[in-house]
Design a binder for this molecule. Structure first.
Ligand code: GYE
Length: 330
C-alpha cells in the first residue's frame, strides 16, 4: 500500500513539475481587444481564445476595451508593466497611438496591430494583420455598378449607415466605395451617418433617414456591417419599406457572418461583402516566425469575398447557396 502511495506521489510531482516548466515556456500575449459591438467581433474574440491556447504554446490575456481608445491605451500600459512577450491591439479608432506605441517599443515588446489599422508610422509597430477595408468598399461599389447594369437601373440614390467614426474599417469602406461612386454621374449619396457598427444604432439611423422627406425615393442602402443592416431592416419593416432582391431597396452589407449570409440566401440582403474575423491563425504563425527569427510580412490582409442573393449572376461575387451557408461557422 505504502509503495503504491509513494508511486502515486512521485507521479503527481513529475506532472506538477512538467506543468510548471511548460507554463514558463508559454508565450505571453496581451490583447487589447476593441469591444463586443458586433457578431463579427464576438467571432473574432472567440477565434483568438480558440487559437492562442496553452496547447499551442500561448498564455493569452484578452481585455474587452468596450470600444474606448483610452481603455485600450490603459490595457496596453498594463501589458507593458506585466512584461508580456507580445502585445496585440485591435484599435477602435486609428489615431492617438504614438505615445503608447513608443512606450512599448522602449520596453522592447513587439506590438502587432490587428483587424483595424493605426495612423502611426509603420516603424512604431512590428506588423499588421487584418482587414483591407478600402478594397471591401471598392468591391461593394463595383458590384453595385455591375448589378445596375444587369437590371437596367438608371440611377442610384444611396443612403449609407457608416461604422464607428474614425475606425479604419469605417474610413476604408467609405473611401473605397466613394472612389467608385465619384466616377458615376448617376449615383448620388443622399446621406452618410455613423451607426457605430451596432444593431441598435443602425435602427436609429435608419428611422431618422426614413423620417426625412429629402431621402424619399432612395433605392440603395449601404450598411457598413451586418448588425447595422439588421437594425435598418427592422426600421424599414416598421415603415413598410420593401428591400432585397424582391423589394424597392438594394441592401449592401459587410461582414458576411452566418446571420448576414442567411439573410442573403433568403434575398433580404442583396450583396454581403465578406470581412473575415478568423485572423488568429495568421497572428499565431507570425509570432512563431518572429520567435524563430525568420523573415515575416509587415502587412498581411486576410482574404475576403462577396456574396449575392440567389438568382443574381456576378463576376465579382459568389451566389449564395445552402452549401455556402453550411460552410460558415460564425
Ligand atoms: O466589420 C464590424 C466590427 O473592424 C473589420 O468591426 C472590423 C469591423 C467589422 O464591429 O462588424
Amino acid at each position: 500500500m505504502k509503495k503504491i502511495l509513494a508511486l502515486v506521489l512521485a507521479l503527481v510531482m513529475v506532472f506538477a513539475c512538467a506543468a510548471i516548466a511548460s507554463a514558463e515556456e508559454l508565450i505571453t500575449v496581451g490583447f487589447a481587444q476593441n469591444g463586443h459591438e458586433s457578431d463579427w467581433r464576438v467571432a473574432n474574440t472567440q477565434n483568438y481564445n480558440d487559437v492562442l491556447t496553452a496547447d499551442n504554446g500561448f498564455d493569452l490575456t484578452l481585455i474587452d476595451c468596450e470600444n474606448d481608445n483610452a481603455k485600450q491605451i490603459e490595457a496596453v500600459r498594463n501589458f507593458i508593466q506585466q512584461e508580456v512577450d507580445y502585445i496585440l491591439i485591435a484599435p477602435e479608432t486609428n489615431v492617438g497611438w504614438d505615445v503608447v506605441l513608443q512606450e512599448a517599443q522602449d520596453a522592447g515588446i513587439p506590438v502587432i496591430i490587428v483587424d483595424r489599422q493605426v495612423d502611426a508610422d509603420p516603424s512604431m509597430y512590428t506588423a499588421f494583420i487584418g482587414t483591407n477595408s478600402y478594397d471591401e468598399g471598392v468591391t461593394a461599389a463595383n458590384w453595385l455598378d455591375e448589378y445596375m447594369g444587369q437590371k437596367g437601373i438608371e440611377e442610384a440614390k444611396i443612403l449609407v449607415i457608416e461604422g464607428s467614426n474614425g475606425a479604419s474599417a469605417q474610413i476604408g469602406r467609405t473611401e473605397g466605395f466613394n472612389s467608385v461612386a465619384d466616377t458615376k454621374d448617376n449615383w448620388t449619396i443622399l446621406a452618410s451617418q455613423d451607426g457605430n457598427f451596432t444593431q441598435a444604432e443602425g435602427q436609429e439611423v435608419m428611422e431618422s433617414f426614413l423620417k426625412n422627406p429629402d431621402y424619399a425615393g432612395f433605392n440603395v442602402l449601404v450598411c457598413q456591417n451586418d448588425n447595422e443592416a439588421y437594425g435598418a431592416m427592422d426600421a424599414m419593416d416598421a415603415a413598410g419599406v420593401t428591400y432585397g432582391v424582391d423589394g424597392d431597396v438594394i441592401i449592401i452589407s459587410y461582414d458576411a457572418t452566418k446571420e448576414g449570409l442567411t439573410r442573403t440566401l433568403d434575398g433580404r440582403i442583396t450583396c454581403d461583402v465578406e470581412c473575415n474575423p478568423l485572423q488568429a491563425e495568421a497572428v499565431m504563425a507570425l509570432i512563431k516566425q518572429i520567435e524563430a527569427e525568420e523573415d515575416f510580412e509587415l502587412v498581411t490582409y486576410v482574404e475576403d469575398k462577396a456574396f449575392v442573393a440567389p438568382g443574381i449572376e456576378s463576376a465579382l461575387a459568389t451566389t449564395m447557396t445552402d452549401e455556402v451557408l453550411a460552410g460558415r461557422a460564425y
